[in-house]
Design a protein around this ligand. Structure first.
Ligand SMILES: *[C@@H]1O[C@H](CO)[C@@H](O)[C@H](O)[C@H]1NC(C)=O
Length: 170
């Protein structure tokens, strides 16, 4: 093998190594700070755009995942409705929808958060509000919460918590 060729191969190998190290850095920093690191890693790594290692893109990914998980929680909430829990269910759906509105707002704020302090703190507030909104349903049900709903609600909150972490790091 001629030496320029070897040099090229070594360069390519090095560039891969460096990219890989860089790629995992934002994700590992974010996920190690989040309350459910496994959910965090799975959610972020499942989107190929996470390889850009860009905190704003990671924020977008987690907002989309949080929106879907909140919608899934709304669907589960509707599915467990019965004659005895109608009022609680109504509160749950209302606050889960509030969370979806907050997450939509987060998507707008994320665009500016990196360059603008007020947007960054507004993003943090909106993410925090979304987290509280989703948790309201658990509080309403207390110990009588159907396990299926509890799981769906916790999953949505684990994802929104990642957004909260990102809002502090961005
Ligand atoms: C929730 O239910 C709607 C309508 O029933 C359905 O279109 C949607 O795919 C469901 N979403 C999730 C995330 O389960």
């Amino acid at each position: 093998m001629s030496s320029p060729y070897v040099f090229l191969l070594v360069s390519i190998a090095l560039s891969f190594t460096c990219t890989c190290v860089a790629q995992t850095s934002w994700i590992s920093r974010i996920c190690s700070m989040s309350r459910n690191s496994i959910v965090c890693y799975r959610a972020l790594m499942s989107d190929p755009r996470s390889s850009y290692n860009d905190i704003k893109i990671l924020g977008e990914i987690i907002i989309y995942k949080s929106q879907a998980a909140t919608q899934a929680a709304i669907n589960v909430t509707k599915s467990v409705e019965n004659n005895d829990n109608k009022e609680i269910i109504e509160t749950c759906i209302e606050t889960q929808n509030d969370a979806k509105d907050m997450l939509k707002e987060c998507l707008v704020l994320l665009e500016k958060a990196r360059y603008d302090e007020p947007s960054k703190s507004a993003l943090n507030n909106a993410a925090s509000a979304a987290l509280t909104d989703v948790g309201t349903c658990d509080d309403e049900f207390g110990s009588s919460e159907p396990p299926k709903l509890k799981r769906a609600s916790r999953y949505a909150q684990d994802l929104i918590d990642v957004l909260l972490v990102i809002s502090k790091m961005i």
